[in-house]
Ligand binder design. Structure first.
Ligand code: 8YV
Length: 306
């Protein structure tokens, strides 16, 4: 295991397998080399993944089971080329991640954290709080129209938002406006919600030009991967008011994020916690364990990626 899972998963895994805990080892290289000939599976987390260098050290490796939907941190090319199966945890986390997308949007636009502080610190006794931004009925652009993008759109529809999306293709079955140019969609949107998968193909896709098009009244929400947004451009835009605000669940260099975020008053920050509910994490852990069990009993994998 590259990182810890909740106790209910650890307990089950430790009964069924001989578990080596990479995150606890002082000398990770020594732990890997001393068990390299025996390790047949890696249980990893979305943000930790499995590099080609790690997999190459494990000649008996058969499967990487990821506790997460995103497999951008797993070298899928290496896995494919070396007959290593890869599984992830799609579907079970979709609704929770979309929930936090809406939560962040409301928190930033309606300034819920600031309003909470306003009540607590007694400012309300002196004056009414300054007015905030409406969410209902606004123009909302969704970047990426996969499972989470669709779940986000369903929620935004309940707020009577006008919904557009940018995606690799038009989805004829969806009633939302397809915009093939991301800058153009940002120009048309008051809120931009990033739900894309991470990886090389989407790296820094939200760049300075997209943020400039979103403009000084625009709000950016990122519930996908930090890599999809050019963070240098985002920090600059937030600091100078080129966009109004941002709600961010994901960052570059998690968990040691850029300290400039903490100094901004127009952001609401989350510790990569979109899927972080007890209910979803239980389902994710179950799926990791079920995929491993299926593999080792010769059954079909439940959610194969490779
Ligand atoms: C993390 C995620 O995996 O599903 C994903 O792709 O990024 C998250 O659900 C989660 O934090 C567990 O590591």
């Amino acid at each position: 295991m590259t990182g810890p899972y909740p106790d209910w998963d650890m307990a089950d895994l430790e009964v069924k397998y001989r578990v080596h805990k990479l995150w606890q080892a002082d000398d990770k290289g020594a732990l890997i080399s001393s068990h390299a000939g025996a390790i047949r599976a890696i249980a990893t987390r979305g943000e930790l993944g499995a590099s080609a260098a790690l997999m190459a050290k494990l000649p008996m490796l058969e499967i990487v089971s990821c506790y997460g939907m995103g497999t951008d941190a797993i070298d899928l090319v290496y896995a494919r080329g070396n007959g290593i199966r890869v599984t992830n945890t799609p579907d079970v986390l979709t609704e929770d991640v979309a929930d936090i997308g809406i939560g962040l949007l409301l928190a930033v636009a309606r300034q819920i954290p600031q309003a909470d502080a306003y009540v607590r610190d007694g400012s309300w006794r002196q004056a009414n709080m300054p007015l905030v931004t409406r969410v209902y009925g606004k123009r909302l652009g969704i970047v990426g129209m996969g499972r989470i993008g669709k779940a986000m759109a369903r929620r935004a529809a309940a707020f009577d938002c006008e919904i557009a999306y940018f995606s690799t293709r038009k989805h004829d079955d969806l009633p939302y406006d397809f915009v093939s140019d991301l800058v153009e969609m940002a120009r048309q949107s008051e809120f931009l919600i990033v739900t894309l998968a991470g990886g090389e193909g989407t790296k820094n896709i939200v760049d300075a030009q997209v943020l400039a098009a979103l403009g000084p009244d625009g709000i950016l929400i990122n519930i996908s991967r930090g890599s999809t947004v050019n963070e240098t451009a985002l920090l600059a835009a937030l600091e100078c008011g080129a966009i109004k605000g941002a709600g961010l669940d994901v960052f570059w260099n998690e968990p040691r994020i850029d300290e400039r975020f903490g100094k901004l008053s127009n952001v609401v920050l989350q510790p990569h916690h979109g899927s972080g509910t007890v209910e979803t994490r239980k389902a994710m852990g179950q799926l990791v364990r079920d995929n491993l069990a299926a593999h080792f009993s010769g059954q079909t994998l439940l959610t194969p990626v490779v």
